[in-house]
Design a protein around this ligand. Structure first.
Ligand code: GLC
Length: 642
């Protein structure tokens, strides 16, 4: 319970009794989590921090616009708003999708028609000039990139989106700022307050000690994790690029700055924050400085502040980490369900590509089984492609379990998706070869990795058909898994690699731009006039998947997908036990026509099943069922006989 003296003091800050009541109730509810986590991180500096932090939260509460307060109420009445099957995400660069924020506003019919309810616009806050890691080097969190529009445009777009039931999602880059950000400028100028916002070391002693156990994120662009800065006379911690300065989250002032930024943007209409590179925000000597317990305390404390001033807001963790470390981002133990509301399911994405290459789902099955259940109030962000490269996050233990060698399989996947493996259908590019570890990550658009580019070049109709089916199968898995499917702009039109980055000076060195094309609106129009094209088939197939998903309560993210033993190594079986009944996803990851023993399905859904992807019912009371190449079935039991 909130102590009565503090409550009385806080009441004075309100003209309206009802507002005071709301604030105090929320503080009562989330205050203990906040204080507990702050103490775990900041110890006896917590009380001083609270003295300055509470006014920041209070200010945000007072200045939250009425329409967003209404949204808060609606969200409090429907806390599972991010978990339902109606939620479908879309991820796009503002400029590449529509030029400007106002331009995005002109394509809302397109998004709504596709069934989108969640729009992640890639980094759009003011970045540094020149190279900026795709916008992830932010110079000002309170301004929009000049060529995209203004903060008022952002608020207006958020409002228009909201009116159509679409939530605006923005990146919150909290591990680092651009070296041009005013905090870094002041730190360089010697201001001790701001020097404390960063990790600055006068010589190599500490950096060398840390380096012993730190991996390299960009071994080619930015080897090492520290950069000498002459004006600051210091080695600066720069995990990513040399111009991205890591923030020192052990400073309470940094925490407070970000509470202020989050609430400021929330009051502009941002509904979901993608916590960029969240795994890295706490450093500890002798470790890889990722996934440290303080990361989760800090997230829980940030979330508590958001819940008090803007409970309509949700957090999505971008933690591309091993499954064993991932669950803590959604909350384990005392933190269960109190950290981020959503996390990327990187492993699912990696396993989809791995199974497509090997035509074998046994590794995927083992990997999925190794995941403990997530908190029932949280959700996954599921994706086939995103703006980043694919790193082959395959655990040696999972590989061993199915008789594969981890390093060997990762090597195979890099060969396969760079097109070097004989018989590969993929056209990808190697991103950040690391000679020390042998890692070769892969860039490439979904369609090019799935074989469409090679098929079109060869004029091979069968290959092209296979590529279309691979794309649809992958999407069937993410749309049928339970969580928020995140469609990556252009994938709904099977857009291919875009090699124009090679001649764009600021992109040429970073081949992730090969899969960050400009939206091809002519292609979007052509799907109506030429329904036989690959783009049209993918588009129509995706729309069918989205429609089917929206009508299936079984896909609510509160229940888990469970990977079953399958009688055929090409066929993935995912079962979901929802109070509405059982759901079985059946996915043929191969170009083979599979004769699947029907008992495997009958044991799960009974004698008669309805396939929600075709709307047809069929009997499983027979020895085998034929699965066409790359066929997906979404089955539920039915009474119907045919
Ligand atoms: C995230 C982003 C990636 C960026 C990095 C550094 O991983 O997805 O694009 O390079 O963070 O901000």
């Amino acid at each position: 319970m909130l102590n009565s003296e503090l409550a009385a003091r806080l009441r004075l800050a309100f003209d309206d009794d009802r507002d005071a009541e709301t604030f105090l109730l929320r503080l009562d509810r989330y205050g203990p989590e906040l204080v507990d986590s702050l103490r775990a991180v900041f110890g006896d500096r917590t009380d001083d921090l609270l003295d300055t932090l509470i006014p920041v939260v209070l200010h945000a509460f007072h200045t939250r616009p009425a329409d967003l307060k209404r949204l808060d109420e609606a969200r409090l009445l429907r806390p599972d708003w991010l978990q339902g099957p109606d939620v479908v995400g879309y991820v796009a660069y503002t400029d590449r999708f529509a030029g400007t924020l106002k331009g995005v506003g002109q394509h809302l019919d397109y998004l709504e028609d596709l069934g989108i309810t969640y729009l992640h616009l890639m980094p759009l806050l003011k970045p540094r000039e020149g190279e900026n890691d795709g916008g992830y080097a932010v110079a000002d969190y309170r301004a929009v990139r000049d060529d995209l529009g203004t903060m008022d445009d952002l608020s207006a777009l958020a409002r228009d989106l909201r009116a159509r039931g679409i939530s605006l999602v923005l990146d919150l880059v909290l591990n680092h700022v651009a070296q041009e950000h005013e905090w870094a400028v002041k730190a360089r100028a010697g201001d001790p307050v701001y020097r404390d916002y960063f990790y600055l070391y006068p010589d190599r002693t500490q950096p060398d000690a840390f380096e012993k156990t730190l991996p390299e994120v960009f071994p080619e662009f930015a080897p090492g994790n520290f950069t000498w800065n002459e004006p600051a006379k210091a080695w600066v911690w720069t995990t990513f690029n040399t111009y991205q300065w890591d923030l020192n989250w052990s400073s309470p002032a940094v925490f407070q700055e970000f509470v202020d930024i989050i609430l400021h943007l929330a009051n502009r209409g941002v509904e979901v924050f993608r916590l960029d590179a969240i795994a890295f925000i706490w450093k500890r000597l002798g470790t890889d400085s990722q996934n440290q317990p303080e990361v989760h305390h800090l997230t829980r404390a940030l979330r508590a502040c958001a819940r008090i001033a803007a409970p309509g807001v949700a957090f999505k963790a971008e933690a591309i980490v091993a499954p064993a470390d991932l669950m803590a981002y959604l909350g384990t133990g005392d933190h269960h369900g109190k950290v981020s509301d959503m996390a990327y399911h990187n492993s699912l994405m990696v396993q989809i590509w791995s199974s497509l290459a090997s035509r074998d789902v046994r590794l995927m099955t083992a990997a999925l089984r190794a995941f403990p259940p997530k908190p029932t109030n949280t959700t996954w962000g599921m994706y086939v492609r995103c703006h980043d490269d694919i790193g082959w996050a395959i655990s040696d233990a999972d590989a061993e379990q199915v008789g594969r060698d981890g390093p060997g399989h990762r090597h195979f996947l890099s060969d396969f998706y760079s097109g070097e493996h004989p018989g590969s259908f993929a056209r990808g590019l190697v991103f950040q070869y690391n000679p020390d570890t042998g890692d070769r990550r892969i860039s490439g658009s979904g369609a090019s990795l799935a074989g469409l580019e090679a098929a079109l070049d060869a004029g091979n109709h069968t290959w092209s058909e296979h590529a279309v089916r691979r794309i649809l199968l992958s999407h069937a898995v993410i749309l049928g898994f339970g969580g928020v499917p995140l469609l990556y702009m252009g994938d709904e039109l099977a857009m291919l690699n875009d090699y124009s980055y090679e001649t764009t000076p600021e992109h040429a060195a970073d081949n992730r731009w090969v899969h960050r094309p400009r939206m091809d609106w002519a292609r979007a129009d052509s799907v109506k006039s030429d329904p036989s094209s690959a783009a049209a088939q993918v588009n129509a197939g995706l729309r069918r998947l989205i429609d089917a998903r929206k009508n299936l309560p079984h896909l609510h993210a509160s229940v888990e997908s469970e990977a079953l033993d399958s009688p055929d190594p090409c066929v993935l079986l995912l079962r979901r036990d929802h109070p509405s009944g059982r759901f079985l996803g059946v996915y043929n990851f191969s170009e083979y026509r599979i004769q699947l023993p029907a008992y495997a399905l009958r044991n799960e859904v009974g004698e008669f099943a309805l396939d929600h992807l075709t709307g047809s019912g069929f009997s499983l009371y027979r020895p085998t069922i034929t699965l066409e190449p790359f066929r997906a079935l979404w089955l539920t039991p039915t009474q119907m006989t045919i």
